[in-house]
Design a protein around this ligand. Structure first.
Ligand code: ADP
Length: 267
């Protein structure tokens, strides 16, 4: 709820100026609230693995002091938890770096055929572990998006990683690229389309609008077991916003999920 700040002078600009202040203040209030929520959530997410590590340290210092087998087991769990904290901090830093640049429009040239090959190569060992096949249908012609290569790599890496991570063992991930050339004679208006489709368990409709919220995770037995930071799709959304791109998702429970990305492209 906004507070009305008196502007001191009541001339003909009075009501308009007051209105602008109300909007400003309510927006600031909302931003402040979002920031507070974010810090609370991030602290909670970090505190959970930390509490677990501290618990195991106490056990190893006390009751399990001379238990060789317990020591091995607990150390392995502690290493997992430390890794989880590292991933969280890496993702948080990445998100804040992208947010910092929110108002800078990236103008580099990124060949998406080439980029997708790199993404698939980076995911190949992980996909192989689960016997998942990743296939790419590249375009015969170059498909050049307007953007920052590292950030776009991160976008597609996160989407393909999710498709593998939440996909079923022995399943498939299909990546398709398309282009919609501008009718005008310059780059403005051309669009690149990339879709990533898996045949995994799918996502129930009520979760779809919330997937890009920070820390939002669909709480199924499967996703709890997999573990993640809940920041992957928030990063995707922020990078795409900065690129004036779009993300959409279609999913059928029991059949699979498709994430579609649209980016401004060079003609
Ligand atoms: P996480 O670190 O949990 O993977 P993301 O932000 O990348 O975080 O994804 C948010 C949630 O969306 C995941 O926890 C998962 O439940 C769901 N999700 C994302 N991609 C898929 C997919 N391809 N298939 C099924 N569920 C998915």
């Amino acid at each position: 709820i906004a507070t009305v700040t008196p502007l001191g002078r009541s001339n003909q600009h009075g009501p308009l100026a007051a209105l602008i202040t109300i909007q400003d203040e309510s927006q600031q209030h909302r931003l402040l609230e979002m920031r507070t929520d974010f810090i609370a959530n991030a602290s909670h997410e970090l505190r959970t693995p930390l509490a677990s590590v501290r618990g195991f340290i106490e056990t190893l210092q006390g009751p399990a002091r001379n238990d060789e087998a317990a020591r091995e087991r607990f150390l392995a769990i502690m290493a997992d938890q430390a890794e989880r904290m590292t991933r969280l901090i890496d993702d948080l830093l990445l998100l804040s770096r992208v947010e910092e640049k929110a108002n800078l429009k990236p103008t580099g040239r990124v060949d998406l055929n080439d980029l997708m090959e790199d993404v698939v190569r980076s995911m190949a060992p992980f996909a192989q572990e689960r016997s998942i096949t990743i296939s790419v249908e590249p375009l015969a012609t170059p498909l050049v998006a307007m953007g920052d290569r590292d950030e776009l790599f991160q976008v597609f890496h996160n989407l393909v990683e999710n498709a593998v991570k939440y996909g079923r063992d022995g399943g498939t991930v299909k990546i398709a690229l398309k282009k919609n050339a501008s009718v005008r004679n310059e780059s403005v208006g051309s669009r690149a389309f990339v879709s990533i489709t898996d045949n995994g368990p799918g996502i129930a409709p009520e979760h779809l609008p919330r997937l890009t919220e920070r820390f939002y995770r669909v709480s199924t037995e499967h996703s709890r077991r997999i573990g993640g930071t809940g920041l992957g799709l928030a990063i995707v959304k922020h990078v795409l916003n900065r690129h004036e791109g779009e993300l959409s998702v279609q999913s059928v429970v029991g059949q699979g999920t498709t994430f579609d990305v649209v980016l401004p492209a060079y003609r």
